[in-house]
Design a protein around this ligand. Structure first.
Ligand SMILES: Cc1cc2nc3c(=O)[nH]c(=O)nc-3n(C[C@H](O)[C@H](O)[C@H](O)COP(=O)(O)OP(=O)(O)OC[C@H]3O[C@@H](n4cnc5c(N)ncnc54)[C@H](O)[C@@H]3O)c2cc1C
Length: 386
């Protein structure tokens, strides 16, 4: 959506296909980073954006047993907004969509799922898609696959994927907020279990970190046992977990960390999770996807306008963005190994090794600022070229 907005703004004809009928899904996280807020400022949209309901996270706190540990501190970042804006991603996407629709060269087809590629002479010249009206072929000078970590386009194009193995999955559910939680923390670790609690006003969007493949076993133990586990990590949720009375209310989110060896083919470019699936560790995947979109815009918009976008131009996008993606994924894999070990044995309880505890306690104010930079801005920040 971000790339669609930028290209339309620059006068390039662009069509965005979205397989769902709306953006109302929980799986993408809620974090709008300082670097993304900076981009909205560059687009002249920041004030309008910040009028939408959101929470401002200036410092991250994690509760480790009963002790509160300070995490990244964004208050020193060299950006206009020194905080992460916590906002359900559907609000962010609806905001971008409304702005993009102001440009006559922007077209959005909802309920339209890309199902395959159209190729001519070894070059991708469009996508096949299905919509409520039936099948359609959409032709384009360039197809950009931004279809996330289960990218169908990546599969159809037969791209080679490097997988880095992740020992965890996330169970995602909501619980009502209680008055008890006077010092909200973003994450809680207790008895070898970890729970993320994202404040969404009147409820928490919760993520329970489980060992990969352990969901079936958790279900077998029953809902009562699951609710007890949540309360054992976050006792203040005692009065509200009763609402989780059906497994339908608990969604399994499969965590992956992987990357394409090559992010392009003639006529086709991959960005975001489709190029490099990110884990939720550090909550940086949305930021990386947006930064890819801006880099692709900067490098390709003029070429697309002139109708001479070559494969070498697509290669430049990978050259620009591969290093930030690799660095970030290396850190995520390191955090997974430190926090949860490298084995994905569903029978083994999650145990947070002493090294991870030491790492968290060693976060000095200087390290907190470094962590804030990595999370809030990332490697090689992009800026929108006029
Ligand atoms: C459990 C979990 C929690 C996370 N939490 C955070 C967080 O808090 N902060 C953060 O920054 N990152 C988080 N991430 C990572 C983040 O979700 C991704 O890195 C980010 O969403 C990638 O953006 P994207 O636009 O590339 O893909 P996506 O956000 O996955 O968007 C892909 C879009 O393409 C659509 N689509 C898919 N297939 C097709 C098709 N065939 N045709 C048409 N449309 C299609 C989808 O409906 C979707 O709208 C989390 C990841 C996980 C697994």
């Amino acid at each position: 959506m971000m790339l669609g907005l930028l290209l339309a703004r620059a006068g390039v004809e662009v069509t965005v296909l979205e397989k769902h009928g709306d953006f109302l899904r929980d799986f993408r996280g809620d974090t709008i980073h300082p670097s993304t807020l900076e981009l909205l400022h560059e687009l002249g949209m920041l004030d309008e954006f910040l009028r939408l309901p959101h929470q401002e996270l200036r410092r991250v706190k994690i509760k480790f047993d009963d002790e509160e540990i300070a995490g990244p501190d964004f208050s020193h970042l060299p950006t206009r907004c020194k905080f992460i804006a916590m906002m359900p991603q559907w609000d962010f996407l609806n905001f971008l969509t409304a702005r993009a629709k102001r440009y006559p060269s922007f077209r959005l087809l909802m309920n339209t799922e890309a199902t395959g590629l159209i190729e001519e002479g070894g070059r991708v010249v469009g996508v096949r898609a299905k919509s409520e009206q039936g099948e359609l072929n959409a032709y384009a000078d360039l197809v950009v696959a931004a279809d996330g970590r289960s990218s169908i386009v990546r599969e159809r194009a037969g791209m080679e994927v490097e997988d880095f193995g992740v020992p965890i999955d996330v169970l995602w559910f909501r619980v009502a907020k209680t008055a008890d939680d006077t010092e909200p923390a973003l994450g809680r670790i207790r008895n070898g279990k970890m729970l993320v609690t994202i404040d969404r006003g009147d409820y928490y969007q919760c993520g329970s970190i489980i060992r990969k493949g352990a969901f079936e076993e958790i279900k077998r133990r029953g809902l009562e046992s699951f609710r007890e586990e949540i309360v054992s990590v976050a006792p203040f949720l005692r009065d509200s977990v009763g609402a989780i009375d059906d497994w339908e209310k608990v969604k399994l989110l499969t965590v992956q960390v992987n990357r394409l060896r090559q992010w392009y083919r003639p006529g086709l470019l991959f960005i975001g999770d489709a190029a490099h699936a990110m884990s939720p560790a550090g909550g940086v995947g949305i930021n990386l996807a947006i930064q890819d979109a801006v880099a692709a815009f900067n490098l390709l918009a003029e070429k697309l306008r002139q109708g001479n976008c070559e494969t070498a131009d697509l290669r430049r996008v990978q050259q620009r963005r591969e290093w930030p993606a690799r660095m970030t994924q290396d850190i995520q894999v390191f955090i997974h190994r430190q926090m949860f070990g490298s084995r994905s044995d569903p029978e083994r309880a999650l145990s947070i090794p002493w090294a991870a505890r030491a790492l968290l306690w060693l976060l000095t104010p200087v390290l907190r600022r470094v962590a804030a930079r990595v999370v809030g801005i990332g490697f090689r920040a992009e800026h929108i070229r006029a």
